[in-house]
Design a protein around this ligand. Structure first.
Ligand SMILES: Cc1cc2nc3c(=O)[nH]c(=O)nc-3n(C[C@H](O)[C@H](O)[C@H](O)COP(=O)(O)OP(=O)(O)OC[C@H]3O[C@@H](n4cnc5c(N)ncnc54)[C@H](O)[C@@H]3O)c2cc1C
Length: 385
């Protein structure tokens, strides 16, 4: 390794590490090394995402992260280069009971108060998107026309390429194996090729963030949970673009990618782990939920080779952990996105660059996302798929 010192070492070359490195470099901090344990960059969760982007959250801070990020994704080609390929086909939440409906209506009020376009739909209106949707048991739906999906690989690569043009170094097949500290501050990151002396280390290790935290003796409560995405053969019976649609009661979701339909449902009973093989046994449970709401899927064939799985990086309150650690100077968290890291990558890169270069993130208040919150009462994000 030729670089033995850096101002900042970023651990992880996924969309989050890439965005942070770019935002640092764009502000003139180019003495940055990204360490990636794998042979290639963008090989972790970023490569396995369902690529959804949405404003429809239940917490103020998540909505603000989305507002900033989606605006940046709209202008990604001009601002960063590369392709975000943002498709604003909407997100549709179908609600089948009064308790959830009250909660979603309150969320909509909050979203609107922050400037988000979001509509309350009747069951009949909600049924117009996907032919044959069962609506007789629905109470209502929320629809965000500015939500949609994007190209996670294009975004991560766009940030990485610009960062490297600006002088950031990417070290592949180079795991961080230790974080050295002296008198409560970070002094270096250890790798198999030697130590890199640095003032700041950023934990952008996605599902591995808990383990990277342990390298510094810190308890970072991020754990990996498998999530599977199943894909149909081209299915013209659902024509045109549809919103990413969530049947809130069952947790089943679906969206289209070209003519194929992507679908899934989280298995909350599965313990944490790094198994990213597709769970074929879980498919029956997913289909049972999906067919109840969308009987038309009965006619779709499964494209087994296109299905995949990856790890969500989940925190106890389903909110990311951002910012400097109070117990270790020079250590910064940027992990635990709990399934929302693609859509929040632009804001995260900007905020972590502020945290490092200005002493504190200031464009969006991230105090509620600091790791200290786990020492008190948590406010969970409730709009989780
Ligand atoms: C099935 C699925 C569906 C999803 N759907 C969505 C969605 O619709 N919308 C959305 O916004 N998000 C979604 N997500 C979540 C999203 O993919 C993640 O939040 C995001 O990719 C996190 O990016 P990251 O850069 O933090 O993590 P990663 O992309 O995992 O990058 C972390 C990197 O760190 C590296 N690393 C780990 N340990 C070390 C070490 N010791 N040294 C060096 N390198 C190390 C890893 O190899 C990896 O490359 C989904 C995830 C999955 C699995």
């Amino acid at each position: 390794m030729s670089t033995q010192t850096a101002e900042v070492v970023v651990i992880g070359a996924g969309v989050i590490g890439a965005s942070i490195a770019y935002h640092l470099a764009a502000r003139g901090c180019t003495s940055v090394v990204i360490l990636e344990k794998d042979e290639t960059e963008i090989s972790g969760s970023t490569a396995r995402s369902a690529a959804g982007v949405r404003h429809q959250f239940s917490t103020d801070v998540n909505i603000r992260l989305s507002l900033y990020s989606i605006e940046r994704l709209k202008h990604f080609s001009e601002e960063i280069g590369g392709h975000a390929d943002l498709q604003q086909t909407g997100y549709l939440f179908l609600i089948d009971n009064q308790v959830d409906w009250e909660m979603y209506r309150a969320n909509v009020a909050l979203q609107r108060s922050l400037g988000v376009r979001v509509e309350l739909l009747t069951p009949e209106e909600a049924g117009r998107f996907i032919p044959g949707t069962r609506t007789d048991d629905l109470v209502g739906a929320t629809f965000g026309p500015d939500d949609g999906f994007c190209d996670p690989h294009g975004i991560a690569l766009g940030y990485l390429n610009r960062a490297r043009e600006l002088g950031v170094r990417l070290e592949r097949a180079m795991p961080a194996t230790g974080i050295r500290t002296v008198s409560g501050r970070v002094t270096a990151v250890e790798t198999p090729a030697g130590a890199i002396a640095c003032q700041v280390v950023v934990n952008a290790a996605g599902p591995w963030a808990g383990e990277v935290g342990m390298l510094a003796g810190l308890d970072i409560p991020v754990r990996p949970y498998r999530r599977c995405v199943y894909v149909t053969e081209p299915f013209p019976a659902i024509p045109g673009a549809i919103p990413l649609t969530i049947d809130v009661g069952s947790g089943f979701y679906m969206r289209k990618e070209h003519d194929n339909v992507l679908f899934g449902k989280s298995n909350y009973a599965e313990p944490p782990g790094y198994n990213t093989a597709v769970d074929w046994e879980w498919l029956d449970t997913v289909l049972e939920a999906g067919l109840k709401r969308f009987p038309i899927l009965e006619r779709a064939g499964l494209a087994e080779k296109l299905c995949w799985a990856g790890a969500y990086e989940i925190t106890p309150d389903h909110m990311p952990i951002l910012g400097r650690h109070p117990d270790l100077e020079g250590y910064v968290d940027a992990s635990g996105f709990s399934g929302h890291g693609i859509m929040h990558a632009p804001a995260t890169g900007m905020l972590i660059a502020e945290e490092i270069l200005d002493g504190r993130a200031h464009t969006i208040d991230i105090d509620s996302l600091r790791v200290m919150r786990f020492r008190g009462t948590l406010r969970r994000e409730l709009n989780v798929i």
